[in-house]
Ligand binder design. Sequence first.
Ligand code: NAD
Length: 397
Amino acid sequence: MTQTVINPRIRGFICTAAHPAGCAANVRKQVELALKDGPGRGIGNALVVGSSAGFGLSSLLTLAFAHGAKCLGVAFERPAQGDRTASAGWYNLVEAHRLAKIHGRSIDTINGDAYTTAIKEQVIAALKASGVKLDYLVYSLASPKRTDPVTGITHASTLKPIGPSFTAKTVNLDDSSVGPITIAPATDADVANTVKVMGGEDWQLWIDALRAADLLAPGFRTVAYSYIGPQLTHAIYRAGTIGAAKDHLEATAKTLSNSLAAIGGHAWVSVNKALVSQASSAIPVVPLYIGLLYKAMKAKGTHEGTIEQILRLFRDHIGPGKQPALDANGRIRIDDFEMAADIQASVQAAWDKVDTANLAAISDFAGFRSEFRGLFGFELPGIDYTAPVEVDLALNA
Ligand code: NAD
């Protein structure tokens, strides 16, 4: 048992400490919304791959608390070691498990590398042991690397433009200064590696393995998450290496849907809104865009967090009995409020004039910063950060 006072340790988009009480508060807030929003039943069994943070955590909480699903999650999180805290995702899941027990819901977690065959086999064994077939699978991994289970080669994803180098404004997360950044173009290998990590290959492997084990129920539904965004971030996001991976993910949804038709199943990609997460904070230019976007969306009253987004996804599009509205490319669009013409016009106008001096006034970069700290359980109301807390918490207490 290790009681300690925990302070944030942040550099750029990396934070190496997490506060268990703050992470628990984040999860409680999401669970309250999910309990209020959903029917509390309707979805039998669900698997969430990438269940401990961001959109995946909100998917787990939506499925378990809004729709009463028996949930199994896969995440790759670090337990506490001595007085070193566990990762934020670990503490998120500790609280999710605790609240599931209190509210009569069911959440189990397998902690390990979802890209490996061993973890897929562990999930299959767990599902077989509990005698259930899956009605839903949410695929929400965001990772900097993946080892191909066939070749053993480890691929690293990159965030680079394809074609010419890209120069744009960005914000320095350490000193909040705004200045230009130039990002050199990707090589062909960068593109291929990013597609290997963040494309649809592993999603397909999950579905193939579960199907071969006869673990998909009739009418099975699966969804993975993508992003498009505006012209401002186009060169670094959608037309960049990560965009190539998202193209592959979206093509995989079509392949999967075709093959799942035999069991009355569907695979979709949902295009979600830009939000502060560990993954999105690492993308150059995007934090500045998010600061301006939050300002515009909060002013209009259309701002959503991951939980509001995913509750809406299930409520309006993919929950039991729902048929999603799709765009011309077959994608679900819950980025609709972000992409609204008036929001984008106001972001563009602010983008043209934003600099270090006016950043605080014309953007919600303060919102970005505090949400970023909030991801790790810091700067949340009602938490006494001067009090020592237990850092060594078991996932399944
Ligand atoms: P995140 O960093 O908040 O969460 C990533 C999750 O993946 C965590 O649960 C982590 O434990 C898990 N994970 C990472 N590597 C793993 C591995 N090897 N094995 C098992 N689990 C692993 O990320 P996020 O921003 O919520 O992104 C999730 C998905 O949503 C991504 O596909 C991302 O592109 C997409 N998306 C994000 C945004 C955004 O603005 N954040 C917008 C639209 C779409």
